[in-house]
Design a protein around this ligand. Sequence first.
Ligand code: ASP
Length: 404
Amino acid sequence: MASLVLGAVVGLTVGEPAGKLKPLGDVLVRLLKMVVIPIVFLTLVMGLRQIQPSKLGRVGTQTVGAYLITTSIAIVFGLGVANVVDPGTGVSLPEGAEAMEKTPPGLSEVFLNIFPLNPIGAMAEGNVLQTIFFAIVFGIGLAFVQKESEEGSVVHEGTKTLFSVIEAAAEVMFKIVWGIMEYAVIGVFALMAWAFGTTGPDLIISFGKLILALTVAIAVHIGFTYLLIIVMALDRESPVEFLTGAKEAITTAFAIRSSSGTLPVTMSNAEDHLKIDEEIYSFTLPLGATINMDGTAMYQGVGAIFAANLMGVNLTIGQQFTVLATAVLASVGTAGVPGSGLIMLTLVLTQLGFPLEIIGFVAGIDPILDRLRTMNNVTGDLAVSTLIGKWNEAIDFESGVWSS
Ligand code: ASP
């Protein structure tokens, strides 16, 4: 956290030349990307060793249900706060704003994209959703073969060895993440210095209201939905302890703008500090990094109001419902990578019939908005995971941060 603040101060003081520090930050981003796919695959397969097929169905339903509900609440907060703060009034669309080139995927494409054509290809391309799918079927297959094969047979021994190898490999990956976190002190500083050095304070001022609206909505969502409802009311635990246990994941998400990239850190926080069982977080967190994006979905609400104000029109309640439905569905199919929330906004604006030039307009400050969204996304994944842990007696509230 100190290097985050220090980086921002250096960036604002030094200005443009601070951009030279960026490669040091890029190293952090690359290191995290390096471990994402192996961690997702190894920990998911590991997790499936312990989980019973009947429990898998239950945990799956609970997780997806909780993710969808928190996402819907997030959008309502986004729309609510933006209606009050009214971002976009007093600003107008600049001439020649460039239209988005990337088109968001259609619904059937989003669905089909879960199934890999080639599992190795999916891993090589870093496709998290497809890797999750393959890891799940592989893990279940392995568990079944182990159960059905005869004790002492070659196949049975082989499945045991395979599970042991995968467990050891997963441990190795966590060790590597530990090392990466040591480097993060430098990486986070460099990324902040670069971001503030190149964009400067002007940007923050001119889009202040948009940033303010998103910040307030996120603060309300984290404070109300995660801390009050999930951690205090349902988990019956202290919100301070939860935030202490999640702090590395939260700051990393803010610095690198990617929930998938943050995944290794999120997982090690779940394991080491929040004491959630591996069988739960190895399933809920990779899935959350892909389908649960509360901050991103909320931004669709804020962005829609901003766009409407820019156009000088008011969004009807019906249109605001359209935003809700579109954003929930789109957030499921969008990857947790930097800037994907901006691509989602094209889907929402198209649905509302607004010009896509608006996307080009907000793209300039998206790096700032993206940090806030990603931080919210990752916090949501961890909060829901504690709840799923509690519901399935797979979290130890007596140790880790909870014992302090
Ligand atoms: N960067 C966000 C994430 O990785 C997605 C977004 O652009 O909102 O969670």
